[in-house]
Design a protein around this ligand. Structure first.
Ligand SMILES: *Cc1c(COP(=O)(O)O)cnc(C)c1O
Length: 449
């Protein structure tokens, strides 16, 4: 069977995520038969360079043989066992590895099975910590504008991307939302000053609300789903210091930026800070399986540790909590980080990405900004470059870039009018050049009229 048959069968029975299904009357689905390295292959034999790591999950290439072997061996030995009352080797080993790699003091690991549930865990744990400590009046969370933390109701509530959130607003708890330190349009040399200025809003919110707040939740350095908007580590240092001063938790959602995306293993390292909760998922398994981990401190753990009758335990679970296959994939992923100079190699790839993009697009009349943090590079399309005036979203300029990419064999999936690259770390310099070339062509076509 070729593409056509699979598309027809799919459209009879499936409902796809993040999709207006009517779009597929004109926009063909891409049925993928196999994948290897940075490349996907469809049922007609056409290949696509995966410039976005299949929604940011893939780190070391599709069907990576080493991770595939680890999963297969684990599946033949123990595919799953409940993690309440029982334990297993991959869960223990992975918790040991993660707590050793994470910023000092994050000594406890709680598993969940996707990014949104990790965020739910962190929110519930923070609230419950304060309750156990005799402060049940802390019921609110502080978040940043333009943030994204997932799409289950709790995670959606602490996010701020209107496209995903607005419809469900009546169902959601209300966070205290503070303007993001997003540095769009600010020259790099002024990022710290900008972030410091914007921090005044956070300080004011904490001053006003600290007594009713459980935690501040942020995506360190890059608001990925929020159009890859970026800010400097100095903001995180100020935030850590203010959270301590006001006695509220800091939740770092590194679901997208963790595992080397920003240039360091974890983005928080660049600020030299330790959050109270670190949420991990996406790249955790190298893109093989859904798994998430929430790391926290011994101090948080201790607030739940008591006689059963005190009813202080954290009674949260998912059926597949700590699934052995996911843990095995994660361990193999961490082995690659341990044995290969991944971050060093990424520095060279990131530099190539930056240079090639600047050469192709820096002077483009409809490119308002090219920004980059490590292996994440974003190109903001604008109607008017001088005034950074955006294109109306209804024009769906990014979709034109997406279509052109597919025609030319590169998977780009712009976020609105922001074209970005977040490739797997096995991408070559030649593939980067192709990715940039096709994106530049697509941008030309998409901004012609
Ligand atoms: C993707 C993402 C999530 C949600 O993870 P899912 O596995 O898609 O539920 C949460 N936070 C951030 C920052 C993300 O990028």
């Amino acid at each position: 069977m070729g593409n056509r048959e699979w598309i027809a069968r799919d459209l009879r029975v499936l409902w796809h995520p993040c999709t207006q299904m009517k779009d597929h009357e004109r926009l063909p689905l891409v049925p993928v038969r196999r994948a290897e390295g940075a490349w996907l292959e469809d049922f007609d034999g056409r290949r696509y360079l995966d410039a976005i790591s299949s929604w940011w999950v893939n780190l070391f290439g599709h069907a990576n043989p080493r991770i595939a072997r680890a999963v297969a061996e684990q599946a033949a030995r123990l595919e799953h066992v409940l993690l309440a009352g029982f334990t297993h080797e991959p869960a223990v080993r992975l918790a040991e590895r993660l707590t050793a790699l994470a910023p000092d003091g994050l000594a406890r690991c709680f598993y969940a099975d996707n990014g949104s549930s990790a965020v739910e865990v962190a929110l519930k744990m923070s609230f419950h910590y304060w309750r156990n400590r005799g402060e049940p009046g802390r019921t609110r969370f502080v978040n940043l504008s333009n943030s994204y933390h997932g799409e289950t109701l709790g995670a959606l509530a602490v996010g701020d991307v209107a496209l995903y959130k607005e419809t469900y607003e009546p169902l959601l708890m209300r966070p205290v939302t503070v303007p993001s330190p997003d540095c769009f349009g600010v020259p790099r040399a002024e990022w710290d000053a900008h972030a410091e200025r914007l921090f005044a809003h956070m300080e004011a919110a904490l001053e006003r609300h600290a007594g009713e707040v459980c935690a501040v939740i942020v995506e360190p350095l890059v608001q990925c789903a929020g159009h890859m908007r970026m800010y400097p580590p100095s903001y995180l240092r100020l935030l850590r210091e203010a959270c301590d001063r006001h006695r509220v938790h800091l939740i770092a959602d590194e679901i997208a930026v963790g595992f080397g995306r920003t240039g360091t293993l974890f983005a928080c390292e660049q600020a030299g800070i330790r959050p109270d909760f670190l949420c991990l998922s996406k790249g955790l398994t190298g893109g093989f399986l859904p798994l998430a981990a929430v790391l926290t401190t011994e101090e948080v753990y201790a607030a739940f540790y008591d006689d059963y009758e005190t009813l202080r335990a954290f009674l949260h679970s998912h059926s597949y909590t700590g699934n052995p296959l996911g843990c095995a994939a994660a361990l193999a992923t961490l082995d690659i980080f341990a044995e290969e100079p991944v971050l060093e190699r990424n520095r060279a790839l990131a530099a190539r990405m930056g240079e090639a993009t600047a050469a192709a697009l820096a002077d483009h009349p409809h490119v308002g900004e090219i920004r980059q943090t490590g292996m994440i590079l974003a190109i903001e399309l604008v109607r008017d470059r001088a005034r950074l005036e955006p294109y109306p979203w209804q024009e769906r300029r990014g979709l034109r870039v997406y279509r052109h990419g597919l025609e030319r064999g590169v998977l780009l999936r712009p976020l609105g009018n922001v074209v970005y690259f977040m490739p797997p770390y096995v991408v070559t310099e030649k593939e980067i050049d192709l990715m940039v070339e096709v994106a530049a062509e697509g941008i030309d076509l998409a901004t012609r009229d």
